[in-house]
Ligand binder design. Structure first.
Ligand SMILES: *Cc1c(COP(=O)(O)O)cnc(C)c1O
Length: 433
């Protein structure tokens, strides 16, 4: 009988999976044009035309708002900066609370802390892994100002229920759509489902310009506030005659012209890249459906998933391994993506550690060492603990498997190798049929 690679047998695949790149001649040409006219940035941190940035930045913003059907698109240097702008724009006060997801990239939960507001973690849905509307309501207090929802793995959040809760409680919804460009709910794009949406253009997202982000909103006042926070607002408001200056101390979150020029080309490629990704997902799902120990991704009714990550669930008791043993065995059977050797095989148990278990939260140490701003909340020292979000912990520690076997560079034959590896493990380790 064949032996698993993890037990000293041969790997199913030795050849690296194909390199994934979205950068081509179009981007190179666009960069050269910017270099030739030598305007690498055209922002000024004072009131006037240049407060809004250079030609490429403005064209990108125009094209982005047209594509996503939203009034304002504001380019920034990362989605992290974009989330910080978004939180500042809500007029949040120090000590106010913002409800966040525990299962996401860390910045979607740290954004409140930048304004001395307090992240309050709710739990996630066991089907879609987005913030669970039912877990939000019990977290709302008189101090709650906003909800940061995340379209995690590319799946749009439960906008019907959560927007309704927000409306009823007078809360602003910030949608972190970093992983979901092109995802939809009904006729609307993810990123435009809440009051403010944030996209990422960092180098491992669907489309990218190295580092970058776009904030979108239909609200004029929020848009002004976001632009001021992006670009040294404190020295702009007077001449701009902008009132209500709370949280308007600005940063430099400006995007360069080269990044914007690249992002404009990338935006044109989004639909095709997404199509390829979704067709790979369809093929992968079809092949995976023969393994009873793996549960395929579910998609909310009316939603279109952008599949930044392919997330499946592991059913115990069907093969003689737990999730982590299975993932380890699968990793041993396979190989890395060319160009991303150091990241290893792109499959893992869980996603990121539940955020409230990071040292900053467990110890409530953020600004200085005296628990600021957490100490603005009564009972803060018991706020973040193991067991806080049971669904998140179950998914992370026992059930969820995340992979990238459906990225656009993968061909059918490559996916077939993944399936062969799983079949090999199943044949050797199956307990019941
Ligand atoms: C990538 C990511 C971010 C941060 O994006 P940057 O552009 O790298 O700052 C935020 N939230 C989520 C969910 C992400 O995946």
């Amino acid at each position: 009988m064949k032996k698993l690679a993890i037990d000293g047998g041969c790997k199913t695949r030795i050849e690296p999976f194909p390199r994934h790149t979205t950068i081509g001649e179009e981007e190179k040409k666009a960069i050269l044009e910017v270099l030739e006219n030598e305007k690498l940035s055209d922002f000024l941190g004072t009131w006037g035309n240049k407060f809004y940035g250079g030609e490429q930045v403005r064209l990108l913003e125009k094209e982005w708002s047209d594509k996503f059907g939203v009034k304002h698109a504001i380019a920034v240097n990362s989605a992290t900066s974009g989330l910080y702008c978004a939180v500042g724009a809500t007029k949040v006060e120090p000590g106010d609370e913002i409800i966040v997801s525990p299962y996401t990239m860390s910045a979607s939960a740290t954004a409140p802390l930048v304004y001395n507001a307090i992240p309050v973690f709710a739990d996630i849905e066991s089907d879609y892994f987005c913030l669970d509307a039912n877990s939000i309501e019990e977290k709302i207090t008189s101090k709650t100002k906003a909800i940061i929802v995340v379209d995690i793995f590319g799946h749009p959040y439960d906008s019907e229920k959560i927007n309704e809760i927000a409306k009823r409680n007078n809360l602003i919804v910030i949608e972190d759509a970093a992983q979901a460009p092109g995802a939809m709910y009904g006729e609307k794009y993810a990123g435009t489902l809440g009051d403010i949406g944030v996209f990422s253009l960092n180098y491992h997202k669907h489309i990218h310009c190295g580092e970058g982000g776009i904030v979108v909103t239909d609200n004029d006042e929020l848009a002004d506030r976001i632009r001021l926070i992006r670009n040294h607002g404190e020295s702009v408001v007077e001449n701009m005659e902008f009132e209500n200056i709370e949280n308007i101390m600005g940063f430099n979150y400006r995007m360069t012209e080269i990044e914007a020029a690249i992002a404009r080309q990338q935006l044109k490629k989004l639909d095709d890249l997404l199509k390829k990704r979704l067709s790979n997902v369809a093929y992968l799902n079809k092949q995976l459906s023969k393994f009873p120990f793996l549960e395929l991704p579910k998609i909310r009714e009316l939603a279109k998933h952008a599949f930044y990550v392919h997330a499946i669930k592991y059913r115990d008791g069907i093969i003689d391994m737990n999730r982590d043993e299975f993932v380890e065995a699968l990793r041993e059977e396979l190989t890395y993506f060319e160009g991303r050797e150091s990241e290893g095989v792109k499959v893992g148990g869980g996603y990121v550690k539940p955020l409230y278990l990071l040292p900053m939260y467990v110890n409530t140490i953020c600004y200085g060492k005296n628990h600021y701003p957490f100490c603005l909340k009564e009972g803060y020292s018991d706020m973040y603990y193991r067991g806080l979000a049971p669904v998140t912990e179950l998914m992370h520690y026992k059930t969820l498997i995340t992979n990238e076997f459906m990225i656009p560079s993968m061909k059918k034959e490559d996916i077939d190798d993944v399936i062969s590896a799983i079949q090999k493990i199943y044949d050797i380790k199956c307990i019941k049929r």
